[in-house]
Design a protein around this ligand. Sequence first.
Ligand SMILES: [Zn+2]
Length: 286
Amino acid sequence: MDFAFDHAEHDRAAHLRKDDAWRTPGTHVLVIGGDHVPTVGGAGLRWLTLDEAPEGEWIFLGTRGDEHYAAVVVDRVPAELEPASLRLIGPTIAPEEASLAVHAVGIARWHQTHRFCARCGAASDIAPGGHVRICPACGAHHFPRTDPAVIMLITDEHDRVLMGRQPSWPEGRFSTLAGFVEPGETLGDAVRREVMEEVGVEVGDVTYAASQPWPFPSSLMLGFFGTALTTDIRVDQDEIAEARWFTRDEVTDLTASGELLLPPDISISRWLVKSWHGGTIHGTWA
Ligand SMILES: [Zn+2]
């Protein structure tokens, strides 16, 4: 089963970044302010032409077929463009535009929060094409950062699945466990550490499943399947308030009755659960 975000729908065409070759009369432009993008009536992406776009910092996103796509970063998307958070309108975006949208918002947010050189503190300049910032004072090149996070579906020897509820979530809302990778750590070790920290379960084998860009602000969610070596749960009460094992039938029945609410279709968490479950899962928390 393929995951929707696992394959980009655009060619980043990095060879076109260095000069203005990407600027063509037909270039499609997405205006970005924070995580807000222009919409059409609050749903889907609204693309402008180069002539219509406001002034700002330019990012070349890439190509789809013969079409060129770019983003321009502004402080605030003008109200007449009906801006909305990509996070909220994600499910309404055409699937073939999703990778452009997360690319654009991820790199735009990085530019907005990295205007100064991390080495010497001087104001930095955006490089042509928008994928590097260069410091005019000390010459340092700064590249967009991506923060790896692991998200894992853990099963036990009875093929039950482990899910948890965060303290801020209402009763019945559960998801797979997740956490950030720390410096110097392998992905497998991050999976094992996070599960141990959050719910006290020991995990053995870990296999990679799929990944999902999550540019709020700069995460890459790396999805894994993992096998539990122990089943006793001891929640940390800090990141996780409640955790439990679910059988396949429980997931079927409890999502049908509304007692169990799982993440929306667009999320890698739900995709991991669906891959394990193999049947019909009802409802979401969205
Ligand atoms: Zn510098």
